[in-house]
Design a protein around this ligand. Structure first.
Ligand SMILES: [Cu+2]
Length: 752
């Protein structure tokens, strides 16, 4: 609730911009809720000084800056100054550099600006960045740049969901591809056939190998985004009210692009113009011309556009998953009509390919071993490591950035993920399971990234700049965020010149939350002159502790011809690695009589990227003469070729029973699938009263076409053929029951 004092603060904060004579700059930022409507629906967002994006902070190199952040939320917050080299206690990461600013509290961020260029700031507390807490920072250099421009605009790109980010995260934890039904681009059979017919023979070979690799690796080749957003924003404006700014013919416009999206890579173009790149991530580069570019979350790129014709210049930023776009325009006349519809979308992206890349699945070791420390130390006299496969190949710093002959120490960073439970990892461990990576001051460290996933990961190191090793030696570019493409190995150095502890993470917000993060801690931190606010931050730095999650999967089918109802339910409750599992598989009500009903009450434990073991008690209600309990153990997971596997073994009354179920879902179109499954039941000893026979008891074959109606809801029809064998078949005969059964059910399944 804005009090009078806050209104005064807001007004004061408008005046600081004109305050150019003083080197001491004071900025007041008030973080509070704001109702927004980007899609026709009013929802709560988080704003700074009631603005989304937050106000652009404009400083000059050398300024002594004080930023007072007032928290008017009902939860803690913290703000990080992305790319700025500040004392570590001013870096604004909850749990690593400070305790969160409590509701009603204030934090005074103080630092002197040692750099110039385009940067940005955003929340580093919870998922607040997703809700609007981001804004640009411009720092004018002491010496004017080598290039000239007449106008200067900041373009902040971002993504918006009407769903609260905590709910998005909870949904991803139910199933990593929860939002998949909403993506236009999917690795379906229809898409394959379409591409195959379109392609030339050599492209066909690649297409087939891509699909084959996807099947073996159990990863999607169109895994571009995790979250299906409701809107994309350019300077806080959706396509319903595009942003526009005035220019005139003859202008040279500096556009400072900032991708403040929480989970979106953008493809950007300005049709009818060429763009001269002059600065990347705050550092001037050897200028080069581009017609379009891709910008990952947290990256910035500045370029110059010459205004040559008296018509609108459209800025078109499409989400890489092709779900939507943000756009805006530079207008050469006020009230100019802009025909946004004339813009052709970017070509459909090619499947993500990892062919020929160095895949290292053995890095998915979750045994709890420490992988964080540099695996070995190595001095490299010459610098011949070239970064491969990135978009930064031609990026060269304008000025010399480093002495490339300085010896380095290696830190290996392997990026991986476990999609079923949405865990993202570095060296096989999520942040909450890992210890800080220790850094000795004065040394140069070489990070060797290997991306063992199908997604891009824009990796950001706080408090330092990477020197990306892209083959330009002393002119290798400085970057605060490196977009590591799928399957790629990327090499980057940094000089350990800022004692403290610094967050290092993927800038996809939900990847960071789900574990793709680390703390880099200097060995000298406890000797730092400035005492930390709370010593526990040094002993247990933790930006994102482990959480507890619920997932419920319910599947209900009805066979109207035979009056049979079937129910399958699986509930998983707990942290990422340890859960309580409640599972009833194919409980059946046949003509109002319960024929099958049993419930696993199991402890579930994740052991590797695709497998969990489980064990506990199973309660059998039917078929059984009298209901009974039995102990059980099992393993569940995903085999290559996406074969879902669930094997369980029970022991009851001298008989050991094996229940093995295999199924595979084949994607025919974007949301139409066919599941084929087989389940077999064996036992070692006959117990007639409980309908258990020795040897093979039963085989069940299922074919289930289903349609993904929306995230969390499928509708299906299923044909099931059950065949009984051997002793069980005889037992059922004696009871006057048939030894085979066909059911055709119609139903739905939900995740919640
Ligand atoms: Cu990531």
């Amino acid at each position: 609730m804005p009090t009078k004092a806050i209104k005064v603060l807001l007004i004061l904060s408008l005046f600081w911009v004109s305050d150019t004579f003083a080197a001491n700059r004071i900025v007041n930022l008030v973080v509070g809720y704001k109702t927004v409507d980007f899609t026709g629906k009013s929802v709560q967002a988080i704003a700074v000084n009631n603005q989304i994006p937050a106000p652009t902070l404009h400083f000059k190199e050398g300024d002594n800056v004080t930023i007072n952040v007032y928290n008017h939320l009902d939860k803690g917050t913290a703000i990080h100054w992305h790319g700025l080299l500040v004392p570590w206690q001013m870096d604004g990461v909850e749990g690593v550099t400070q305790e969160a600013i409590p509701p009603g509290g204030v934090f005074h961020y103080q630092f002197t600006l040692k750099q110039s260029g385009t940067y940005w700031y955003h929340a580093h507390a919870g998922l607040q960045e997703q809700q609007g807490l981001y804004g640009g920072i411009i720092i004018d250099p002491l010496q004017p740049p080598a290039y000239h421009y007449t106008k200067d605009y900041v373009i902040v790109l971002s993504d918006w969901s009407n769903t609260a980010p905590e709910q998005i995260y909870a949904n991803l934890k139910k199933e990593g591809d929860y939002y998949s039904p909403r993506f236009p681009l999917q690795p379906s059979l229809m898409k394959f056939i379409h591409d195959y017919h379109r392609d030339m023979p050599e492209e066909r070979e690649k297409l087939i190998s891509d699909y084959k690799m996807m099947q073996q690796m159990r990863m999607s080749i169109y895994d571009i985004s995790d979250v299906a957003y409701d809107a994309f924003l350019l300077n806080g404006q959706s396509v319903r009210h595009p942003w526009a700014a005035p220019v005139k013919v003859g202008d040279v416009v500096r556009l400072r692009f900032i991708n403040a999206g929480a989970g979106t890579m953008f493809h950007v173009k300005i049709p009818g113009s060429s763009m001269q790149v002059v600065d990347v991530q705050g550092h001037d580069v050897k200028p080069y011309i581009i017609n379009d570019f891709t910008i990952a979350p947290a990256e910035t790129i500045d370029f110059l556009v010459k205004i040559q014709k008296n018509s609108p210049y459209i800025i078109y930023a499409e989400s890489a998953d092709t779900l939507g776009a943000a756009y805006g325009a530079l207008l050469t006349k006020p009230e100019q009509i802009v025909n946004y519809q004339q813009i052709a979308p970017f070509p459909i992206p090619e499947p993500v390919s990892m062919g020929g890349m160095n895949m290292n699945m053995s890095s998915m070791d979750m045994s709890g071993m420490r992988h964080d420390m540099p695996s070995h130390q190595m001095n490299m006299a010459e610098n011949n490591q070239i970064t491969t496969g990135t978009k930064y190949q031609n990026l060269q710093s304008l000025t010399q950035t480093n002495n490339p002959n300085k010896p380095v120490q290696i830190i290996k960073i392997a990026l991986s993920g476990y999609m079923d439970r949405y865990i993202w990892m570095i060296n096989g461990l999520p942040e909450y399971k890992a210890k800080p990576i220790l850094i000795e001051p004065g040394k140069r460290y070489r990070i060797i990234f290997t991306n063992n996933t199908m997604m891009h990961h824009p990796m950001h190191l706080h408090g330092h700049f990477f020197i990306l090793r892209n083959g330009h030696g002393a002119h290798d570019p400085f970057l605060h965020t490196i977009d590591v493409p799928p399957g790629a190995t990327v090499v980057a150095d940094f000089d350990a010149d800022a004692s403290g502890q610094w967050f290092f993470h993927c800038h996809f917000l939900y990847h960071m939350m789900a574990g793709m993060s680390r703390v880099f801690q200097y060995t000298t931190i406890s000797k730092d002159a400035v005492t930390p606010i709370d010593a526990s931050l040094i002993y247990h730095p933790m930006a994102h502790p482990m959480g507890l999650y619920l997932s419920n999967f319910l599947d209900i089918g009805e066979d109207p011809f035979d009056n049979v109802q079937q129910l399958t339910f699986k509930g998983l409750y707990g942290d990422d690695y340890n859960k309580l599992e409640l599972f009833t598989n194919d409980s059946e009500l046949n003509k109002n009589t319960v024929e099958n009903a049993d419930l696993d009450i199991f402890y579930w434990h994740l052991i590797s990227q695709f497998w969990a073991i489980k064990g506990g008690a199973n309660y059998v209600y039917r078929p059984a003469n009298t209901p009974y309990w039995q102990p059980g153990i099992g393993i569940e997971g995903l085999m290559p070729y996406f074969i879902d596997t669930d094997a369980r073994v029970y022991y009851y009354n001298g008989s050991t029973k094996l229940d093995l179920e295999l199924s595979r879902d084949s994607q025919i179109t974007n949301n139409f699938f066919i599941r084929a499954g087989i389940r077999s039941i064996f036992a070692t000893k006959t117990i007639p009263e409980d309908e258990i026979g020795s040897g093979l008891n039963q085989l069940q074959y299922t074919i289930r076409p289903y349609y993904r109606f929306m995230p969390g809801l499928n509708i299906f029809t299923e044909f099931e053929h059950d065949q009984d064998y051997g002793t069980l078949s005889t037992i059922l005969h004696n009871e006057g029951e048939p030894d085979s059964e066909n059911t055709l059910t119609f139903g739905f399944s939900v995740f919640f």
